[in-house]
Ligand binder design. Structure first.
Ligand code: FMN
Length: 386
């Protein structure tokens, strides 16, 4: 296979992932919730923004470098938390983290990762951040925060957009509800992808046992198939701004709040001492019909952009999407599904290819816009929908 792995864009990686994965696993990654309206609208909102290019600018010395939290990175995007890469490729989380480290961009370890934070630190290195789901039992949550501090994670990101489990009807239909149990639908589905079954699932079970949330403390550690695993354990209806204040006290490094969609909440995050907000609707996976983060971004930048870093995700599939977000004032962009498609298609090289595709596309768009640095990008380069 050629160095491009036969993938000229993220859609190609997605298509290979779709062919490799059982339907239930692919839909778990690819789809959103209920009517999938927010997933589609995340794309529509990005696609409705047009460029206003400048010409006759010498663009031969372009750079995509940004400075985020006082640290330079060569590319203006980071890898967001997506717990379950280990279900897509054996060691998938380490694969993406290594690809990110090689590219010099941060990788976010999820609370719900299937590889422990210690293993990711040891095997990947690079700039590592930790994403936190705060559990009902705060003492347990503060333990995992201490652990992330101890292994050297440079930032803590608390996700705040999932007070209750979302309604992913396709998971029920596909037989992929947590806790996962064997049934006629998922067994037939899994057996229809023998390559994935042998190289991912069987290999995982034989070498490490049933897939588990490896970052959970022993008190709540369960396999994904354990009957004792209640999906409510993954969610927390009582999370509130006092928790953000408590985290600010407990965490001396960079603190980010992920899942903000309004200027009011961004201002509150700044009042609590957060260093950044991630403007996100969780890739359309939690609240269907929630507004597209790219549409929410300008007002949030205007309201809070001088007090904290505003980062955005959801629906980003092209370098042009990244450039649009930066021109609207985002300090950086998160990739969610894009590297997951890469790792599901080809393992670590696939994740690296996803990052490379963004690098190539962003560089080309900057050249055609007549821009040499990320700092030059602003709203004058865009035509926004009415
Ligand atoms: C399979 C999958 C798992 C995810 N798991 C988490 C998670 O554990 N914590 C979290 O904050 N966000 C999680 N997300 C959301 C991503 O961090 C990100 O907000 C979203 O994927 C961005 O949208 P995009 O995939 O369209 O780029 C997950 C997303 C996917 C696709």
């Amino acid at each position: 296979m050629d160095a491009k792995l036969g993938a000229y864009n993220i859609h190609d990686l997605r298509e290979t992932a779709r062919r490799r994965l059982p339907k239930g696993v692919f839909e778990f990654v690819d789809r959103g919730t209920e009517d999938d309206n927010a997933v589609a609208n995340n794309r529509t909102a990005l696609e409705r923004i047009r460029f206003r290019p400048r010409t006759l600018v010498d663009v031969s010395k372009r750079s995509q470098e940004i400075t985020l939290f006082g640290k330079k990175q060569p590319l203006p995007f980071c890898i967001g938390p997506t717990g379950t890469a280990g279900l897509l490729w054996y060691g998938g989380e380490v694969g993406i983290a290594r690809a990110a480290a090689a590219a010099g961009i941060p990788f976010t370890i999820g609370t719900n990762a299937m590889t422990s934070m210690e293993e990711i630190v040891e095997q990947a290195g690079g700039t590592l951040w930790f994403q936190l789901y705060v559990w009902q039992d705060r003492a347990l949550s503060w333990k995992i925060v201490d652990r992330a501090k101890g292994v050297g994670c440079e930032a803590l990101m608390v996700t705040v957009d999932g007070a209750v489990p979302s309604n992913r009807e396709y998971n029920y239909r596909n037989g992929f509800e947590i806790p996962i149990h064997f049934n006629s639908r998922n067994v037939a589905d899994v057996l229809s992808r023998p390559g994935w079954f042998a190289s991912v699932f069987l290999r995982q079970v034989l070498s490490r046992g049933m897939p588990r949330f490896e970052n959970f403390p022993p008190e709540v550690m369960h396999g994904l198939m354990a009957r004792t695993l209640k999906k409510n354990i993954l969610k927390n209806e009582t999370l509130n701004w006092d928790d953000v204040k408590a985290l600010r006290k407990a965490w001396p490094r960079t603190l980010m709040v992920k899942g903000i969609l309004t200027p009011q909440d961004a201002v509150k995050a700044a009042d609590c001492g957060a260093d950044a907000v991630i403007v996100s609707n969780h890739g359309g996976r939690n609240l269907d019909y929630s507004i597209a983060p790219i549409d929410a971004l300008p007002d949030i930048v205007d309201a809070a952009g001088k007090r904290l870093a505003v980062i955005v995700d959801s629906g980003v599939r092209r370098g042009s999407d990244v450039v649009k977000a930066l021109a609207l004032g985002a300090k950086a962009v998160f990739l969610g599904r894009a590297p997951l498609y890469g790792v599901a298609a080809h393992g670590e090289p696939g994740a690296a290819r996803a990052i490379e595709i963004f690098r190539e596309e962003i560089g080309r768009v900057m050249a055609l816009l007549g821009v040499n640095t990320v700092a030059e990008l602003d709203r004058r380069y865009l035509q926004l929908p009415d």
